[in-house]
Design a binder for this molecule. Structure first.
Ligand code: FES
Length: 107
C-alpha cells in the first residue's frame, strides 16, 4: 500500500491509498479522481491517463518503455522528463508519498 497524491490542475489534492500491484491509473479511477480518464482500460492505447510526475519523484520511478513513449506523443501538452501514463506505472510500497500533477485536460 502506498499513499499517492493526485493534484488536479486547479491545485485540488487527493491523497489515495493504492494497493501494491495496482497501477496509478487504477488507483485514481477507483477513487473517482476527476481528470484521469483511462479510456483504453490500461492498454497504453489512449493517453487519457497522462500526468506530470513531481520532479522529486521522476528518478525513483521505473523508466519509460518505448510503447509509452510513443503514446505520450498523443497526450495533451506533454512535458519532457515529467510526463507519464499512469496505466504504465505499477504501485509499490516504495512509492509512498508519490505526487503526480494532472494536466489541464486529457485528449
Ligand atoms: Fe489508456 Fe493509459 S489508460 S493509455
Amino acid at each position: 500500500m502506498a499513499k499517492i497524491v493526485y493534484v488536479e490542475f486547479d491545485g485540488t489534492q487527493h491523497s489515495v491509498d493504492v494497493a501494491q500491484g495496482a497501477t496509478l491509473m487504477e488507483g485514481a479511477r477507483n477513487a473517482a479522481i476527476p481528470g484521469i480518464e483511462g479510456d483504453c482500460g490500461g492498454a497504453c492505447a489512449c493517453s487519457t491517463c497522462h500526468v506530470y510526475v513531481d520532479p522529486d519523484w521522476v528518478a525513483r520511478l521505473p523508466g519509460v518503455e518505448p510503447m509509452e513513449e510513443d503514446m505520450l506523443d498523443f497526450a495533451y501538452a506533454p512535458r519532457a522528463g515529467l510526463s507519464r501514463l499512469t496505466c504504465q506505472i505499477e504501485v509499490t510500497d516504495a512509492m509512498d508519498g508519490l505526487v503526480v500533477h494532472l494536466p489541464e485536460r486529457q485528449l
